[in-house]
Design a binder for this molecule. Structure first.
Ligand SMILES: Cc1cc2nc3c(=O)[nH]c(=O)nc-3n(C[C@H](O)[C@H](O)[C@H](O)COP(=O)(O)O)c2cc1C
Length: 161
């Protein structure tokens, strides 16, 4: 018998740094729960814990960036999930057309304007319309399953269904 935690790890996810701003402050955090959900318009879904500092900024700024991390960038994933006051300090970035931060070291980025914000259990499901993006480097994306238990989430799963 497999546990929910083991089975959910088999769902393939990438690892991203989500950039947000409320117009005054900038922040960015690591996220794995990002997927495309529509072709026309081009929509992405992001699941965010509303207790994150970034949530209020995302709501206020009505936009976000999805910075794609590469296979050798697990340390950046760890950095953007760690309890540091200003995670963007000392790293190269620039504001996109929406103001949300774009990381120069990422493999690529997509920039989104907030379309919808739905309740999703202990998270919020954010739909964003892609309004821009670019590839910065060649390389393969980092996969969530290869980060092990970096987010310390194993204990959040129920033991059985
Ligand atoms: C690999 C990994 C994946 C994560 N995925 C998500 C996610 O999809 N959604 C989310 O809300 N938090 C996710 N987190 C947790 C946040 O990155 C973390 O709680 C962060 O400190 C939140 O930052 P903030 O409070 O400054 O916004 C993930 C963490 C890691 C390490």
């Amino acid at each position: 018998m497999s546990s929910p935690a083991e089975l959910f790890k088999l769902l393939s996810c990438g690892v991203y740094v989500i950039g947000v701003t409320d117009g005054n402050q900038y922040n960015a955090f690591t996220a794995a729960w990002v997927i495309q959900v529509s072709f026309q318009p081009l929509l992405l879904a992001l699941s965010i814990n509303p207790q994150h500092r970034s949530y209020a900024m995302l709501k206020a700024g009505e936009s976000f960036t999805v910075n794609v991390l590469g296979k050798d960038q697990a340390e950046l994933a760890r950095h953007f999930a760690s309890p540091i006051a200003d995670r963007l300090a000392k790293l190269p970035w620039r504001p996109g057309k929406t103001g949300a931060p774009i990381l120069s070291q990422a493999l690529a980025y997509l920039e989104c304007r907030l379309e919808e914000n739905y309740p999703a259990g202990d998270h919020r499901l954010i739909l964003g319309r892609a309004v821009g993006g670019a590839r910065f480097q060649p390389g393969e994306p980092l996969l969530y399953r290869d980060t092990g238990d970096m987010n310390g989430a194993s204990h959040l799963f129920p033991e059985k269904f």
